[in-house]
Design a binder for this molecule. Structure first.
Ligand code: ZN
Ligand code: ZN
Length: 96
């Protein structure tokens, strides 16, 4: 078993691909304010246009850390920066 800390975990490829899955699952929308946050750009590669996701300001908030490393959609929600801050400042409570 490999033990890494949470911050390191967020930098792993495992987490990055999981993050993408969550973002797609929630349709790049903050579950609290329902703002959709993504920016797409059309770029040309080999004479073909491909859509590239430029950036989004969404973050993953863990509802619990029970399944760290093997989170499911029920363990995480996606929120925008402002809502995320509010959750951690305890201005917003999530009931689940
Ligand atoms: Zn929000
Ligand atoms: Zn959080």
């Amino acid at each position: 078993m490999e033990i890494i800390n949470y911050k390191e975990y967020l930098n792993t490829e495992v987490w990055k691909s999981k993050r993408k899955t969550f973002l797609e699952y929630y349709n790049y929308m903050c579950v609290i304010c329902r703002k959709q946050m993504y920016v797409y750009e059309q770029i040309k590669i080999n004479n073909k246009y491909v859509t590239k996701l430029l950036k989004n300001n969404l973050q993953i908030h863990h509802l619990n850390y029970n399944h760290l490393g093997c989170e499911t959609q029920e363990d995480c929600i996606i929120v925008c920066l402002e809502c995320h801050k509010q959750i951690h400042d305890k201005h917003i409570y999530i009931l689940y």
